[in-house]
Design a binder for this molecule. Structure first.
Ligand code: PHE
Length: 336
């Protein structure tokens, strides 16, 4: 009889401990204390074999029932605690599907590239084709073939970046070497434009930068004259910036003769009105034609090089060229 009563007491205490366990660690401690090998319940269970035979059935039944009662209390509480844990995790992890999503900002073409595309359209409409050339050029294409042999003073005007250990390789200082590449590979007549980045060791001020963008034009045909060149350039400028005050000003380039520059009236950031060069141009020098095996007796050419960044400055009142290269969204978004 004594064991049965003790077993009842064991169950009461054990179930009480199990049910009040507040986390899985506490529950494990209750399990070890009440059902572990050194628990009183285990002792009673293993003593059954030694009991007088007439008591084994009664004590055995009661001890088993006690074990089952404690174990099922353990199972219930474990489930409760685990469910609570899961609930807490779910609550902490919950995502609010009603929140607005992360906006993915939409890009836009950079102002300089918009202008490049516009100029391309203007010339495509005139029947020009688009040509391309490398930004890392040979000294020959960038200077020598353009009538600027080594030691020619005009080279220093467009001093550029040379590749270490390769005195013949430089970042192109102008898009004009594409003229050479086109003339070497095509038979006239042709009309091409070639946009792209160019590099110069230019003093950095508000209208100069060591990298900028040009668009080269080259027409080689029979009987081309300055009048064709002038008409083409004025058409370009009108299309791009409308009725601005423009002038053709005599200039010098080693690879054109005669040479001009197109200037526009422009108010700088100090409020001073001055003439700003938009592009250089001229009739292709016969020496350049000859260097490319084009017979100057049969063919004439005109060429021009437009500063794309300058167009942006004039057309949109950009006070400082460097704004175009800094990637500041507050500036760029105005043109998106
Ligand atoms: N390449 C010249 C420059 O960068 C511009 C130019 C191009 C002039 C074509 C004449 C003809 O200044």
């Amino acid at each position: 009889m004594a064991e049965t009563e003790e077993l009842e007491a064991i169950v009461t205490v054990a179930v009480g401990d199990v049910e009040s366990a507040s986390d899985l660690d506490e529950l494990e401690r209750a399990r070890v204390a009440h059902t572990g090998r050194r628990s009183r319940l285990s002792e009673i269970l293993s003593s059954i074999g030694g009991l007088p035979p007439e008591r084994r059935g009664e004590v055995g039944k009661a001890a088993n029932a006690a074990r089952i009662a404690v174990e099922s209390a353990l199972d219930r509480r474990r489930e409760e605690l685990e469910a609570g844990l899961l609930g807490a995790e779910l609550a902490a992890d919950r995502s609010d599907v009603t929140l607005p999503g992360d906006p993915h900002p939409r890009g836009a073409l950079h102002l300089v590239h918009q202008i490049r595309a516009e100029i391309e359209d203007i010339f495509l409409a005139l029947g020009y084709e688009i040509a391309d050339g490398p930004e890392v050029e040979t000294d020959y294409h960038n200077f020598t073939a353009l009538n600027m042999p080594e030691g020619h003073p005009a080279r220093s005007l467009t001093d550029t970046f040379f590749v270490d250990g390769h005195p013949d390789v430089a970042l192109r200082s102008q898009t004009s070497p594409v003229q050479i590449r086109v003339m070497q590979h095509r038979d006239p007549p042709f009309h091409v434009i070639a946009p792209g980045a160019v590099y110069r060791r230019d003093d950095v001020d508000a209208t100069h930068s060591p990298m900028f963008h040009q668009l080269e034009g080259l027409a080689v045909d029979r009987d081309l004259t300055m009048a064709h060149l002038k008409g083409t350039l004025l058409h370009l400028v009108r299309e791009l910036i409308g009725d601005h005050e423009v002038r053709l000003h005599p200039d010098f380039f080693p690879f054109t003769e005669p040479s001009v520059q197109v200037q526009v009236r422009w108010v700088d950031r100090h409020g001073t009105a001055r003439w700003l060069e938009l592009l250089g141009a001229g009739m292709v020098d016969p020496n350049v034609l000859r260097a490319c095996d084009v017979d100057p007796e049969r063919w004439r050419g005109f060429a021009f090089g437009v500063g794309l960044d300058r167009i942006a400055m004039v057309r949109h009142g950009v006070p400082d060229l460097r704004l175009l290269f800094e990637g500041d969204l507050r500036f760029l978004e105005q043109f998106a």
